[in-house]
Design a protein around this ligand. Structure first.
Ligand SMILES: [Cu+2]
Length: 537
């Protein structure tokens, strides 16, 4: 049996600090509205430091990160308060810095600041950050977070791994999130469809200008670690590079046994590191990130959307500056290998917690659109639409020894040191994410038999039924006290209620060696937020 997930202990932190050059990474970020046009259409966006994608937050394994967030969001077309989630970071004893509004904090009011501290522990790999207040990340507060491991066990597989090898995939919208959300949630509109797909900072929409494609520069003879990050709110991207195979070595912050494919499907919130050998004739090659919404590359409700027109250029040093001339249809090369999730295994400590022995807790999450849809958008799990409480779940747990939760908080108390198995029953096309943990996908939608020995380990999984008819199932061990959000990462579905909260070891949150002890600035957030006029919230 595989050893259980190793807890971050204070001894490990001390060891890192003394012997591994653990550093303090300190940044100040300003969130503000700004007009940008990454696909040629000018719109007001919510940005960190005026950039899209947001600035790269990078650190080394074991570092401690401080992000002083200055909220200067003052444009009435954008939600003015904010909070930021650090997607994939476990945050042991640090749930108050996890970021989801009304689960672990009140939002940060405009013209206020809050400093997030991230405890990285032994995590390394490819992550991202995004606003976690309503659908605000659609407006642009989303960016890459990379933790480099100077002793990466797979370092010998690649030569180059830097800021220029990070590739973000974005579904981009022309209306602001407030407009789209209101139309979807309150006015009976169908789900918002993006206008374009961006690779890093550039994309095109149907009928729009010929925006210069993003260029990824390589030198022939070198091997590159591309870190592919879906910062998407809805679109799924099928990623491939003409004439180049990709060897997956990491998924969602977990090193994987090398797995070579010709294309990889990336759903909202997922990340992959792939090694690409620049061993082809010097030239320009298409990087393709075909975008689909509900499985289709066109959507009648938005004629701007052309999912087949999402490209960047892989440019070899010495090649001309023209775009590739190869045809653009999206096909797997003859004999090509398409990624199948169930073929992927963790490199280190594989195996579901406690193997195939029966889990301590089982949750069968049966989800569907709610009874009110399509007149109002509602998504439910086991008959209940998640609705945010006004008091954040973490604050409720900290303040009340016998905390109770309203029915729409969909909050489930978990004991410490338990194996938890969760099934998602309700069909394909969703992207379920769990905060505070990775999980072992013992039944993947991509097929394969149930696997307890070396299943894929990650933090966002596609829903659906495997070919054997079994729903997607994952397991995790409750070793990290905190209230952890579990939700669809299609942001429109989250807003419509497709979410739940695991209140992991409430007593352990309140006291003991893994207790969560927020700082005074955090404790002020609710007072400040609750005193705001609605227009500033
Ligand atoms: Cu969904």
């Amino acid at each position: 049996m595989a050893p259980p997930f190793k807890l971050l202990s204070s001894a490990v932190v001390l060891f890192s600090a003394l012997f591994a050059n653990a550093a303090i990474v300190s940044q100040t970020w300003t969130a503000a509205a700004k007009v940008i046009a990454p696909d040629g259409f000018q719109r007001t966006a919510a940005l960190i430091n005026g950039q899209y994608p947001g600035p790269l937050l990078k650190a080394n394994k074991g570092d401690t990160v401080f992000v002083n967030l200055v909220n200067n969001l003052n444009d009435p077309t954008i939600r003015k308060s904010t909070s930021i989630h650090w997607h994939g970071i476990f945050q042991p004893r640090n749930a108050f810095n996890d970021g989801p509004s009304f689960v672990t904090q009140c939002p940060i009011a405009p013209n206020h600041t809050y400093t997030y501290q991230l405890v990285l522990g032994q995590q390394a790999g490819t992550f991202w950050y995004h606003s976690h207040l309503s659908t605000q990340y659609v407006d642009g507060i989303r960016g890459p977070l990379v933790i480099y491991d100077p002793n990466d066990p797979q370092k010998h597989l690649y030569d180059v791994d830097n800021e220029n090898t990070i590739i973000t995939l974005t579904d981009w919208y022309h209306p602001t999130a407030l407009i789209s959300t209101n139309q979807f949630i309150n006015e009976g509109a169908s789900e918002p469809v993006p206008d374009s797909g961006l690779i890093n900072s550039a994309g095109r929409y149907s009928g729009g200008p010929a925006v210069t494609r993003t260029r990824i520069n390589v030198s022939r003879g070198l091997k590159y670690r591309f870190r592919i990050i879906s910062v998407s709110a809805e679109g799924t991207f099928d990623f491939a590079i003409d004439n180049h195979r990709m060897t997956i070595i990491e998924a969602d912050g977990i090193s994987t046994v090398p797995y070579t494919v010709d294309s990889v499907m990336v759903i909202p919130g997922q990340r992959y590191s792939v090694v690409v050998n620049a061993n082809q004739t010097i030239g320009n090659y298409w990087i393709r990130a075909t975008q689909t919404i509900r499985g289709a590359t066109t959507q009648p409700s938005n004629p701007n959307f052309n999912g087949t027109d999402v490209y960047a250029v892989l440019h070899y040093a010495g090649a001309d500056n023209n775009e590739p001339t190869t045809p653009q249809p999206v096909t797997l090369p003859p004999g090509g290998v398409a990624f199948q999730e169930f073929q992927m295994s963790p490199l280190i400590d594989p195996g579901a917690p406690r193997g195939s022995s029966p889990p301590d807790k089982v949750f069968n999450f049966t989800f569907s659109p709610g009874p009110n849809s399509p007149n109002a958008a509602v998504w439910i799990i086991n008959g209940i639409q998640y609705q945010s409480p006004t008091t954040p779940t973490l604050l409720n747990i900290l303040a009340n020894k016998n905390a109770t939760f309203g029915p729409n908080e969909q909050t489930f108390v978990l004991p410490y040191n338990a194996t938890v198995e969760v099934s998602f029953i309700g069909g394909a096309g969703h992207a379920f994410h769990l905060h505070g943990h990775t999980f072992d996908v013992i039944q993947s939608a991509s097929g394969g038999p149930p696997n307890y020995i070396n299943p894929p380990r990650r933090d966002v999984v596609a829903s659906g039924s495997a070919p054997n008819g079994n729903p997607v199932r994952f397991r995790f061990l409750t070793n990290n006290p905190g209230p952890w959000f579990v939700h669809c990462h299609i942001d429109w579905h989250l807003e419509a209620g497709l979410a739940a909260v695991f209140a992991e070891d409430p007593a352990g949150i309140r006291s003991g060696p893994q207790s969560v002890q927020p700082n005074p600035a955090w404790e002020q957030l609710c007072n400040i937020y609750n005193s705001l006029p609605a227009s500033d919230q």
